[in-house]
Design a protein around this ligand. Structure first.
Ligand SMILES: [Zn+2]
Length: 284
């Protein structure tokens, strides 16, 4: 019998182990490994997270009411990546766990108060009065950089702003004559949706222009004759070496630059995403 992938449910362990049956509408099914692995890949988009699904499901029922996130359920599942169907409670818990891991939270699949507060910010439904950590403005210019976004879109977590300034300062040391780095959008104050972006919601992502030749500043893309691959590679290396935050991802489309990933719309800027937690202080 053919089973539609969207009908599958079960814990990661069940899905991974083809001997463990899946129950669908009271009937038992065994799946071939290719079907299972294709489904797991599709569901997660990255490595699987192992959680106690039963516990997560039961606590999520409770938190949905006590924290009040049940009223935002549709938006939550969309944020978790479900666009064509509504996940059941088990698949929901696993998706929460993967989201938590990407956020640097402990990945238990439980949308409790800490996870919910972070998610509420991401959805732009934080209470306006609530103190948000996305409250530090990157000044219009400083050592090694200029900005090309309005102030309203240059807010970040304090450590994100420090990391950007550290990258620019390191750049300035190597290139005191310029060009300076062009810094674009970060986030709006207090986080939440920002026009023109899917991301940039939590003050942890920043756009930076590719570096140009002959000390020129301004817009640039990697297919232009005034683009400097060598200087842009140097920038990518400096971003990774900043002493403030670990780098989660750099999206940029020049296939000859090491340490970046292709993503649509990224010919003309590097999208830098930082990990939430600070680097550990090094022992001296
Ligand atoms: Zn970006």
């Amino acid at each position: 019998m053919y089973i539609y992938e969207r009908q599958l449910s079960g814990s990661q362990d069940q899905l991974r182990n083809r001997r463990a049956p899946l129950w669908l509408a009271g009937r038992r099914y065994y799946l071939s490994p290719p079907v299972v692995s294709r489904f797991l890949r599709k569901k997660s988009g990255d490595a699987a997270v192992v959680i106690d699904v039963d516990r997560a499901v039961s606590l999520n029922r409770r938190y949905a009411r006590s924290l009040g996130w049940q009223t935002h359920f549709d938006r939550i599942v969309r944020l978790l990546g479900f666009t064509t169907f509504t996940p059941n409670e088990r698949i929901f818990a696993e998706a929460v766990a993967r989201w938590q891991r990407r956020q640097g939270l402990s990945a238990d699949g439980i949308l409790g108060s800490k996870a919910w507060s972070r998610m509420r910010t991401a959805l732009g439904i934080a209470r306006p009065s609530a103190a948000s950590e996305v409250n530090t403005l990157l000044p219009a210019a400083g050592p090694g950089y200029y900005t090309y976004s309005p102030p309203a879109e240059r807010f970040g977590l304090p450590e994100t702003i420090r990391a950007v300034q550290a990258i620019a300062a390191a750049w300035y040391q190597r290139h005191p004559e310029g060009p300076r780095l062009g810094i674009g959008d970060i986030s709006v104050r207090s986080g939440g949706p920002i026009s023109g972006h899917e991301a940039h919601r939590l003050g942890r992502e920043v756009d930076i222009r590719p570096v140009r030749i002959r000390g020129m500043e301004g817009p640039e893309n990697y297919l232009s004759p005034t683009y400097s691959q060598a200087l842009t590679q140097e920038l990518v290396n400096l971003i990774g070496a900043n002493g403030v935050l670990r780098v989660r991802t750099i999206l940029f489309n020049d296939p000859n630059i090491r340490g970046v990933s292709w993503y649509k719309g990224h010919n003309n800027h590097l999208h830098v995403g930082f990990h939430p937690s600070a680097r550990r202080t090094q022992r001296v």
